[in-house]
Design a protein around this ligand. Structure first.
Ligand code: C5P
Length: 237
């Protein structure tokens, strides 16, 4: 298949194929954290994240949430629908961790009264800052789009929580990105993986996500393989 590199991100390459409206997302083994100030890589990361994302997208489609996922074409590559991306990162949280724990002065792991949604400006140069609605209006987003982003994030959360729960994991928080399809509907894009979710083992509280890399906890490769096993394993819905 012909591939023209359209965009290279920290953890993925995006290619055009010549097929109208279709892209290829190739998941890399590289990892970055703290706005790329920390870098690393390990064999198998791209393969784990591609297959985890594919399984999660397929599940969300079954739950009636539109995603850009078409099919997995090889170990590290997903075929996706091309979208008009919104410059927004939607973060949804069920327990306090990371930047929210710092923001509110909470212990990590403290349950939240209700899921908390944050909208961040997708802009690497600025470090993807959390903005309020006034800022986003200034950038040209409408109230309707902002409300739709928040509602979309909450719907994804409602679908993902039981998915991970059934697989022995607590979905602490996650980040998603959305785009519009040709008809103008919001569609889930980017990836859903241990790079973009905090996942804690339900029994032990062990972190099975990128915090192992961010915080030098060790066992990062094993954690991603464990999530892959649980998400794609036999005998789960
Ligand atoms: O760092 P923070 O606590 O704000 O992250 C919240 C969630 O969003 C985490 O699951 C993290 O992995 C994800 N995230 C992301 N990409 C970013 C910022 C956060 O995937 N640029």
């Amino acid at each position: 298949m012909k591939r023209t590199l359209l965009y290279e991100g920290k953890a993925k390459q995006v290619f055009e194929t010549g097929e109208e409206g279709v892209l290829l997302h190739r998941y890399k083994d590289e990892a970055t954290a703290f706005n790329a100030r920390k870098r690393g890589s390990w064999a198998g990361k791209g393969r784990a994240n591609a297959s985890i994302s594919a399984a999660v997208f397929a599940y969300l489609e079954r739950r009636g949430i539109p995603t850009h996922f078409i099919e997995q074409v090889d170990e590290v590559t997903l075929k996706t629908r091309r979208l008009r991306m919104l410059p927004v990162e939607i973060i949804v949280r069920n327990l306090a961790a990371g930047s929210l724990a710092r923001l509110l002065g909470y212990e990590e792991g403290r349950p939240l009264k209700a899921p908390v949604v944050e909208l961040c400006y997708k802009n690497d140069a600025l470090g993807d800052p959390m903005l309020n609605w006034y800022h986003f209006r200034e950038l040209g987003l409408t109230d309707e789009e902002l409300r739709a982003c928040e509602e979309f994030g909450l719907r994804v959360n409602e679908a993902l929580r039981p998915f991970f729960e059934e697989r022995g994991m607590v979905l602490v928080d996650f980040k998603i990105e959305v785009g519009r399809d040709a008809g103008g509907s919001l569609v889930l894009a980017d990836e859903i993986s241990p790079d973009t979710c905090r996942l804690w083992d339900k029994e032990t509280g062990q972190r099975l996500d990128k915090d192992r890399f961010r915080r030098d906890l060790g066992g990062v490769e094993e954690a991603y393989e464990e999530v892959l096993r649980r998400v794609t394993g036999e005998g789960v819905s």
